[in-house]
Write a new protein. Structure first.
Length: 339
């Protein structure tokens, strides 16, 4: 089978033997695998977490068809169309027991510690698969991270019954935060900070207010829209957190979702945080429950993923796909590889 391998500065297509099928696992023929900012991070030579080593076999946004099950599992059945939750968790540590499995102390990430889905097939625990019915599989793939992580971020932001929410950055994840807020919390007023007029038009059509460009966005929003109860930053920039913090109402909450390997800059003093009682929280991946929820919303047509996949490329053009995500042309949401 073919698979993509990433080392710092290099993307290569390799061939090798299929992975063995351990107890509790399913073999899935990959139909589509999304590329996200954290895959670019790998290419830039990020410091890898425990249990991962270069070369990495990436791909954590995966949908496909079940082809084989280990003898000890009977679900989902072969032939079923599924999306993979990108985390495997122990289910037993304190965070897992609290329902915060994204914090699992023994968690493994697909496409980081385990061979990922930029490949003809992938082997993953059967209990981490979610059925997607007749949903097109390239759209099902983006549910795994771009949409489920957005759902997690919206839960954390929790702007309140008639609160006001601003999303900074409307790429793969941020745009879905806006869409989920409109679908699940229609009474919440939503604004977004975007980089291009193409993204602006897409989010305005969803009913969000929009400002163009991150620099000085907080000041422009204050004049145009006031302050916000919650701000979610998926801008992928080092400047995003300070700009986002400056948008908050007293007692507001800033949710940070992009991986940026620079010291955090909040653009305020300790006094500024204390006297305004501000909160800053991180948002990492999602839970299986988040993925089930967004898969149901997509199947019921309550969220529209028709604009979520900007480009579809075959597996052998993986290097080109990485390059495209790096260049971020205006309006780009997700790039998906299709083996
Ligand atoms: Zn991702
Ligand atoms: Zn755990």
């Amino acid at each position: 089978m073919r698979y993509v391998e990433v080392s710092p500065g290099e993307v290569a297509l390799r061939r090798g033997a299929p992975s063995p099928l351990p107890p509790g696992h399913a073999r899935v023929r990959v139909a589509a695998c999304g590329l996200c900012g954290s895959d670019l991070h790998l290419l830039r030579g990020m410091v890898l977490p425990r249990g991962a080593a270069y070369p990495v076999r990436p791909g954590h946004e995966v949908a496909g068809v079940v082809t084989e099950l280990a003898p000890d599992v009977d679900r989902p059945r072969p032939g079923e169309r599924v999306v993979l939750h990108p985390l495997d968790v122990c289910g037993d540590c304190a965070p897992c027991r609290r329902g915060q499995e994204e914090r699992c102390r023994r968690g493994r990430v697909l496409g980081l510690q385990v061979a990922g889905g930029m490949a003809d097939e992938v082997v993953w625990p059967a209990r981490r698969l979610v059925a997607v019915g007749e949903l097109p599989l390239e759209r099902a793939a983006v549910l795994a991270d771009a949409v489920a992580t957005a759902h997690h971020a919206l839960r954390l932001a929790d702007p309140g019954p008639h609160g006001r929410l601003c999303v900074v950055g409307a790429g793969g994840v941020g745009g879905h935060v806006v869409q989920l807020a409109r679908a699940l919390r229609p009474e919440v007023e939503v604004w977004a900070v975007v980089r291009s007029s193409a993204s602006a038009a897409r989010l305005e059509a969803m009913g969000a207010g929009v400002v163009l460009g991150l620099e000085g966005a907080a000041a422009r929003l204050r004049a145009e829209a006031g302050r916000f109860d919650a701000v979610v930053d998926f801008s992928g920039t080092a400047a995003g957190p300070a700009e986002g913090l400056a948008m908050l109402e007293v007692g507001g909450r800033l949710v940070l979702g992009s991986v940026v390997d620079e010291p955090i800059q909040l653009g305020t003093t300790v006094t500024g945080m204390v006297t305004r009682e501000l909160e800053v929280v991180g948002c990492y991946v999602s839970t299986l429950e988040d993925l089930r929820t967004v898969a149901d919303l997509a199947r019921e047509g309550r969220i529209d993923l028709s604009a979520s996949v900007s480009r579809r490329l075959p597996l052998e053009r993986a290097a080109e796909a990485f390059d495209l995500v790096e260049r971020r042309p205006p309006g780009l949401v997700r790039v998906v590889l299709e083996p």
